[in-house]
Design a protein around this ligand. Structure first.
Ligand code: MN
Length: 302
């Protein structure tokens, strides 16, 4: 006798669009990035505000570290995932850190922070390949004035699981990985204000990885290396971003060649978004206040 599992039936998430990487632009003099999406244009992916991908770029040895000098943020979080190279961070709360391949920095700007994001001294001296992602995660209005904070999440703290059927591996940066079938589950290393899944997936050529994200969440897949077929129907090339519908919960990725995919999925924050440069708030008045507070040194200094 078999037990029907129709009650647990869940629909797969439809691919709404496949975005190609736009031309790159420089962030400071350290990070040549393609902005895969941004809150001020389509596609909308609340709670995510922006995703910049700095695809592998070579830097010659130099004397002076490249990067982004002192600048503020308020109202959201910046999440930096390093794939290659080494980034050094310093902020007005007194935190500083070095993140290398596999490490993640989860910075909560919230009420306000001033920081710099630079190539590390060692990377600067030796030169090499830099590859990273920066994701901006919005905060609900009630947390936009929370104290600034910083989570240095080193590779060793990020749970890594094998995907079923030898399909590859997943590193659970945030959220809870839920595979299908006999897959293991694991909780992510990052603390988040709202439900967020952020998974670093490695899928082997010709294999299919299957998993579930919560119903109703905004979800996207960035293909950093290799391309693949999403939910058996939509093909995404290397460097592309698949944007999935909020409805449904099942996702499958069939890798064409060995693929590195970043999955982001989160509970939408359906509140007004008003942004200006490094500030993302709910009203124009709050943006004016942020500019004034920064000018008056209320977000601190390095
Ligand atoms: Mn920044």
């Amino acid at each position: 006798m078999t037990i029907s599992n129709t009650a647990r039936h869940t629909a797969s998430k439809r691919v709404v669009s496949v975005e190609k990487a736009p031309p790159r632009h420089w962030v400071g003099d350290g990070f040549p990035v393609a902005s895969m999406f941004s809150y001020d244009s389509a596609p909308k992916l609340s709670p995510f505000l922006l995703l910049d991908y700095a695809a592998p770029a070579e830097f010659r040895p130099a004397l002076r570290p490249r990067g982004v000098g002192e600048h503020p943020h308020r109202g959201f979080e910046t999440v930096t995932v390093v794939y290659q190279g080494e980034v050094e961070h310093k902020d007005s709360t007194g935190n500083s850190g070095l993140i290398g391949p596999g490490d993640v920095q989860w910075m909560t700007a919230a009420a306000g922070i001033v920081h710099e994001e630079m190539h590390s001294r060692e990377f600067t001296q030796k030169g090499g390949t830099m590859e990273m992602v920066q994701l901006w995660v919005n905060l609900p209005a009630r947390f936009k004035k929370a104290p600034a904070g910083y989570q240095d999440i080193l590779k060793s703290r990020i749970p890594e699981l094998a995907l079923p059927n030898g399909a590859g591996t997943v590193r659970v940066i945030a959220g809870e990985f839920t595979g299908t079938g006999n897959a293991e589950t694991a909780k992510g290393a990052a603390r988040t204000f709202t439900p967020i899944d952020l998974w670093d997936l490695r899928i082997e050529a010709k294999k299919t990885a299957r998993f579930r994200v919560p119903e109703g969440h905004a979800t996207a897949l960035l293909f950093l290396r290799g391309g693949g077929l999403v939910n058996g129907a939509d093909s995404v090339d290397e460097g592309g971003l698949a944007v999935l519908d909020r409805n449904g919960s099942e996702v499958s990725i069939e890798a064409g060649s060995d693929a590195t995919v970043l999955l982001l999925s989160g509970a939408p924050i359906d509140e007004p978004v008003v942004g200006y440069g490094p500030f993302v708030m709910n009203t124009h008045g709050e943006i004016r206040q942020a500019m004034e507070d920064y000018r008056n040194g209320k977000m601190g200094h390095l």
